[in-house]
Structures are given as structure tokens and as C-alpha cells.
Design a protein around this ligand. Structure first.
Ligand code: Z5A
Length: 224
């Protein structure tokens, strides 16, 4: 029996309004014409069970459980997301682009929520197992720029979610936490300057994907 096809797993991380959702779509639009099957997904969410948990967490109903309770809920959602969306897609050879993944738990609940790194590492081991990203793109920009973009998109009527309501120090801690992750795992992570136009950011991301996943791209675009 032949080995199952193995897709590639790319995650986009960063603070609020960094442009992750926008760039996930633009990257998919680059890959699909090359004949690559792409699944764009997000966290929290990305599967029916995880989407149900998303509503609970982002409404703030889980906030009274504290960062540890929220980290457990994000991890439970991640298990469902991996089992029902990410792992099956990778198994059939698709490329998965996820708007947030486990680094968000490290940054939000770990660094900003001040949870014990050992707890975060244990949860990650249990939830993620060996479904590790091949490449993580950390979209970096000044926190006030990201928050302003998120607020402009939301408009005046809609409420900020549970995390957008946190103070400036919380968001600066997040930014540094993502940069620390990139420094600690340079072979997996790349920092992208997200304080540019969507098209300029997309070009920087594409240059990085071409560079880091060159051999996978060659295989995908090679004639059968
Ligand atoms: N969270 C957590 O705490 N722990 C975890 O483990 C996980 C998540 C997985 C999910 O919220 C929340 O859950 C999140 C972290 C926490 N915190 N919050 N809030 P979400 O999914 O609702 O939101 P988000 O992940 O923070 O993303 P976002 O705010 O929607 O932003 P984005 O995806 O990075 O950006 P965007 O939607 O592509 O763009 C935002 C706006 O800016 C939009 O109007 C765009 O048209 C515009 N935009 C995009 N790019 C540009 C550029 N380059 N220039 C100018 N304007 C731009």
C-alpha cells in the first residue's frame, strides 16, 4: 500500500487586525492556480464543534474561568479542529492555511495571561501531537495600528470581543510574545512586516513560502 499523501500546514499568527484573514485568502489564491488543493481555516473554530466553542470563548462567557480555563477550552477546540478538518486535509495531500493555531495559546493565555509555560507546553503536546505547522508566518505591526484596523472593520455598532477589550499593555505583551516565538523557532517561523499595503504583505509572504517550501512547491507543480 502506498503511503498517504502529505500536504503542507501553514499558520498565520499575530495580534488583532494584523491582516491574517486577508493574507490567508491571498495565499490560497496563489497556490490554487498551481493545482494545489487548499483548505483555509481558522482558530478558534474551523470545525462544527470548535465553532460552537468559539462563540462561548469570544463572547467572554468563559472569562470567569480565567486564562487556564480558557487555555483548556482553546485546546479542546483545537483537538476538534485537527481531528475533523486539518488532519484529514493533510492526509489527502491538501495544503492547510490556518488563521491562528497553537502559538496564539502560547501568546494570549501563556505570555499575556501569565500561565505557567509548563501547563501551556503540556496542553500543546496533548492537543497538537505531531500535527505541527511546516511554516508559521508571524504578521507583525504596531499594536495601535492593528487595533485601529480591527475597530474600523467592526464599526460603531458591534461590540469589541473579549480580547480586543484588553488594555494596551496586554496587546504589547502579545506582540513581543509572537516575536519571541519566532526567535526561538527560526526554522519554523518567519516574521512578516504587516504594516504595509495588503499587496506588499502578500508579496513578502509569497517570497517566504517560495523560499521555505520550495521543494514542496516543485513537487506540486511538476508534471505527473
Ligand atoms: N485566541 C486566544 O486567545 N487563544 C488561542 O489559542 C486562539 C485565539 C486560537 C480570535 O479572534 C481571538 O481569540 C483573538 C485571539 C484569541 N483575539 N481577539 N480579538 P478573531 O478570530 O475574531 O480575530 P483575530 O484573529 O484577532 O483577527 P482579526 O481581528 O479578524 O484580524 P486579522 O484576521 O488579523 O485581520 P483581517 O481581518 O485580515 O483585517 C482586519 C481589517 O484590516 C480588515 O478591515 C481588513 O480589510 C484590513 N486590512 C487587512 N490588511 C490590511 C493592510 N495591510 N492594510 C490596511 N488594512 C488592512
Amino acid at each position: 500500500m502506498s503511503a498517504p499523501a502529505k500536504g503542507r500546514f501553514i499558520t498565520l499568527e499575530g495580534g488583532e487586525g494584523a491582516g491574517k484573514s486577508t493574507q490567508a485568502q491571498l495565499l490560497a489564491q496563489r497556490l490554487e492556480p498551481m493545482g494545489i488543493s487548499v483548505v483555509v481555516t481558522r482558530e478558534p473554530g474551523g470545525s462544527p464543534g470548535a465553532e460552537a466553542l468559539r462563540d462561548v470563548i469570544l463572547s467572554g462567557k468563559a472569562a470567569p474561568f480565567g486564562p487556564a480555563g480558557e487555555a483548556i477550552l482553546f485546546s479542546a477546540a483545537r483537538i476538534d479542529h485537527i481531528d475533523h478538518t486539518i488532519a484529514p486535509a493533510l492526509h489527502r495531500g491538501a495544503w492547510v492555511i490556518s488563521d491562528r493555531f497553537a502559538d496564539s495559546t502560547r501568546a494570549y493565555q501563556g505570555a499575556a495571561g501569565k500561565l505557567d509555560p509548563a501547563l501551556i507546553a503540556s496542553l500543546e503536546r496533548v492537543a497538537v501531537g505531531d500535527v505541527r505547522p511546516d511554516l508559521t508566518l508571524i504578521l507583525d505591526l504596531p499594536t495601535e495600528t492593528g487595533l485601529a484596523r480591527a475597530a474600523a472593520r467592526r464599526g460603531k455598532k458591534e461590540m469589541a470581543d473579549r480580547f480586543e477589550r484588553e488594555d494596551a499593555a496586554f496587546h504589547e505583551t502579545l506582540r513581543q510574545a509572537f516575536l519571541d516565538i519566532a526567535r526561538s523557532e527560526p526554522e519554523r517561523c518567519a516574521v512578516i512586516d504587516a504594516d504595509k499595503s495588503p499587496q506588499e504583505v502578500a508579496e513578502a509572504i509569497w517570497a517566504c513560502v517560495r523560499d521555505r517550501l520550495a521543494s514542496a512547491l516543485q513537487t506540486e507543480s511538476a508534471p505527473p
